[in-house]
Design a protein around this ligand. Structure first.
Ligand code: SAH
Length: 222
């Protein structure tokens, strides 16, 4: 990521994006405000700066993608973030979703398995460190979570999960919520919100279909 100018053009495009997201059914004002606040063009390569505010996914390094703004807004809305919530994010990727969570007032712990992407997370603090001091980046396998920092109020998975990762479920507080795109087939995931009941079982709510890059086991070295 890279801090560049954030001028009237970008701000105007961001307003249009927010309007589009509203039309598509995003209603949570705090989520819409966060999208309006965070310059998405900081998170994309220069070549994409002008189209950063189209509602679509784009390639980033390591053959990964920055999620579509609608997807980011949808998952963020489902999480019902309250100020001070401790949130575990699996799949840091471009850090855009991370920034949106921080803008919503969450304390964010985020894990990325691709070394090349993790190495770029140093940039986040240079740009947003003063604004968002409570964001912590980890290089590791998201299937393992971060037991030493749990339990978490919320867990968000931003890659296509083959199943509900057991260790992550254990790191969720009672009454906590996990938002997870669960594989229905190879290329389609169903967005689920799982709320942990007192007995440790899940209350399950199903939403729309999405398409994510896969959640993979282990770390990648390059
Ligand atoms: N939240 C990101 C979405 C990036 S795409 C954004 O807004 O840009 C999903 C990311 O999940 C990819 O960067 C991929 O490398 C990562 N990923 C996949 N499996 C993972 C795992 N087991 N642990 C951590 N990260 C994982």
């Amino acid at each position: 990521m890279r801090k560049t100018e954030d001028g009237y053009l970008h701000k105007g495009l961001r307003k249009q994006l927010v309007a589009q997201l509203k039309e598509k059914g995003i209603t949570d004002e705090s989520v819409l405000n966060a999208i309006n606040q965070i310059p998405r063009h900081y998170f994309l390569d220069n070549a994409f700066a002008k189209i950063a505010y189209e509602d679509r996914a784009f390639p980033i390094d390591a053959e990964q993608t920055i999620s579509q703004p609608y997807t980011v807004a949808f998952q963020s809305q489902l999480l019902k973030i309250k100020k001070g919530d401790r949130v575990l994010e699996i799949g840091t990727g471009s850090m855009y979703q991370t920034a949106i969570l921080a803008a919503l007032g969450a304390k964010v712990y985020t894990i990325e398995r691709q070394k090349a992407l993790f190495d770029k997370t140093k940039e986040f603090n240079k740009v947003f460190g003063d604004q968002f001091p409570d964001v912590f980046f980890y290089y590791g396998d998201g299937f393992e979570g971060l037991p030493e920092f749990g339990p978490f109020d919320k867990i968000i998975i931003t890659a296509a999960a083959p199943k509900v990762p057991e260790k992550l479920w254990e790191q969720l507080k009672v009454r906590g919520m996990m938002v997870i795109p669960l594989d229905e087939s190879e290329s389609v995931q169903r967005m689920l919100r799982l709320t942990k009941k007192k007995d440790g079982l899940a209350k399950k709510e199903s939403f729309e279909e999405f398409s994510f890059v896969p959640m993979l086991q282990g770390k990648s070295q390059n």
